[in-house]
Write a protein that binds this ligand. Structure first.
Ligand SMILES: Cc1cc2nc3c(=O)[nH]c(=O)nc-3n(C[C@H](O)[C@H](O)[C@H](O)COP(=O)(O)OP(=O)(O)OC[C@H]3O[C@@H](n4cnc5c(N)ncnc54)[C@H](O)[C@@H]3O)c2cc1C
Length: 503
């Protein structure tokens, strides 16, 4: 198809649909005298949204920055809290926990990352946890938060948010409509295609209305109404690596004090999330139906709630994997229609953001070409596979002996790229940063070591200081890292002050 794109139609009004609408409207503009791309979003109130997806990672701040969103208003309207980390409990071995923080431990020297010095110290018998050098960890553990503004990057404390997914969608809807995005309520029952089976020309709604466009963004959730039901793109199944296929979600009352981190608690056949919001907790159990019935899942989930449930639990089915092409003909799949990776590392909303950013870079202003489609699909595939591998690592590198679920996962053959990463790190702490990997070295180090994979050796530069110097430097560094802690308010006090209301 070579005609210029004048009208974009987005199918779906969940997080994916409204985030796409907001960013496209802001960056491309909508129909006004000077701007020439119209955006219409179609959503069905009857079908509704998935209603989960409440923990994010720091790049979400870029979305807010591009949209020019005031942080206090955003936190207020979406009942959001601050997220500094995820605490993984019982993942390595039962009773053990570690944090995957958004920060970085210690201070890197040229050519030689901090974990090499720490590894040498450990081998010399110098005591101290790797995480003691990470301000995000120290603040999360202490339930503290305020944005740090130190001149030295050593005190950077990257953060993200937990928010109410329904409120977030509504927030972005108001924003988008103000920019001129047209919302049409209705259920798509069919499409009109060029010459029968070509590009999609229009959505056909239940009542016969038609919504025509040049480019269609499929944000219809796991149904994949356009990318799968209409175009039959096909799906690559990854459930042999990630066997969880269901989630059970239930909200519960908020805790007296809200923690600035997500909890991920491993159980016999899956794991439980706990996401603190201002007005409630989001909870859920991700599990494998091969190892755990729905009744057992309900028992595990409800039995581990720390505050009273506010609703009945509901079950969500999913299949881990990805659409074989994220962009097919004149349809781009964004959100759950493009594939599914379980929310262990809160990456789905990030994948939405990244897909929109990619589409904006490769936007087919003058018409869709095979090159644009090819490049978009290439990047999307690599990015999703890298996140998949990172998630597999959590499951595979477990020390649990208590269930067939964990034993099978420990023994499974992992993707070759991941096997190589684990082998290199185990040997001498080497990590190679892949292009398009959202997870940088500090993330890999934390999860590898948190799950019990420690390097046998370290970089030769870590042998630079004498043992005594190393001991002294590490003690000074730990003190330096912790310096801002005394000044930081509790997370709740911060929210209360920042928002000017009881959190
Ligand atoms: C259990 C679970 C927990 C999760 N937790 C996280 C998390 O913590 N962090 C994270 O980043 N991500 C998380 N995710 C993923 C996250 O929920 C999704 O990526 C996000 O909500 C986007 O969903 P969506 O907009 O693609 O789909 P939906 O929310 O399902 O929206 C689909 C939209 O399409 C519309 N629609 C569908 N069919 C039609 C039709 N025929 N006609 C008209 N309209 C139609 C619906 O009405 C709806 O508006 C989680 C997912 C699951 C399953």
């Amino acid at each position: 198809m070579t005609r210029p794109i004048r009208k974009v139609v987005i199918l779906g009004g969940g997080t994916a649909g409204w985030m796409t609408a907001a960013l496209l409207a802001k960056v491309l503009g909508v129909t006004t005298q000077e701007r020439k791309i119209a955006i219409e979003l179609v959503e069905s109130d009857d079908i509704g949204i998935i209603g989960v997806g409440e923990a994010t990672i720091p790049p979400i701040q870029q979305v807010n920055a591009v949209l020019g969103i005031d942080e206090a208003e955003f936190l207020r309207e979406t009942k959001a809290t601050i997220k500094l980390a995820i605490r993984f409990e019982n993942w390595g071995a039962i009773g053990e926990s570690y944090y995957h923080t958004f920060g970085a431990a210690g201070r890197n020297l040229p050519f030689c990352s901090f974990h090499h010095f720490w590894t040498r110290a450990r081998q010399l018998g110098i005591e101290g946890s790797y995480w003691d050098f990470d301000l995000n960890y120290l603040s999360a553990r202490g339930g503290k938060f305020a944005p740090t503004t130190g001149n030295d990057p050593i005190w950077d404390m990257p953060y993200a948010y937990h928010f109410d997914s329904g409120l977030y969608g509504q927030f972005l809807r108001r924003y988008s409509e103000k920019l001129g995005v047209v919302r049409t309520e209705g259920k798509v029952r069919d499409v009109q295609r060029a010459a029968g089976v070509g590009d999609i020309m229009a959505l056909v709604l239940d009542d016969g209305r038609q919504v025509a466009g040049d480019l269609f963004i499929d944000c219809s959730g796991s149904r994949g109404v356009l990318i799968q039901q209409q175009l039959g793109t096909g799906y690559e199944d990854w459930s042999h690596w990630l066997p969880c296929d269901r989630a059970m979600a239930v909200p519960s009352q908020r805790h007296a004090q809200t923690a600035p981190f997500t909890r991920s608690i491993a159980h016999g056949a899956g794991w439980q999330w706990q996401i603190p919001l201002q007005h409630r907790n989001g909870n859920g159990l991700v599990y494998s139906s091969r190892f755990c019935s729905d009744d057992e899942a309900a028992q595990v989930l409800l039995g581990h709630l720390e505050t009273p449930a506010l609703d009945e639990p509901r079950i969500i089915h999913f299949r881990t994997g990805r659409a074989r092409r994220q962009w097919n003909r004149n349809v781009v799949a964004i959100g759950l229609s493009s594939g599914f990776l379980e929310p262990l590392e809160s990456t789905s909303i990030y994948l939405i953001q990244s897909a929109i950013t990619r589409l904006l870079h490769l936007f087919p202003h003058d018409g869709i070409t095979a090159d644009l489609i090819g490049e978009y699909n290439r990047q999307s595939q690599i990015e999703m596979e890298l996140i998949r591998d990172f998630i597999i690592l959590h499951y595979h590198a477990n020390q649990r002996r208590d269930s067939a679920f964990w034993r099978d996962l420990r023994q499974m053959e992992v993707p070759e790229r991941l096997a190589r990463k684990i082998a290199l790190f185990s040997a001498n702490g080497t990590l190679v940063q892949d292009q398009y990997d959202i997870f940088m070295e500090p993330s890999w180090v934390q999860v590898l070591m948190g799950q019990g994979i420690l390097p046998a050796d370290y970089h030769p530069l870590a042998d630079g200081p004498s043992e005594e110097q190393l001991r002294r430097q590490l003690a000074q560094l730990a003190q330096l890292k912790a310096r801002p802690l005394d000044q930081l308010p509790s997370h709740d006090d911060y929210l209360q002050r920042f928002l000017g209301q009881p959190a």
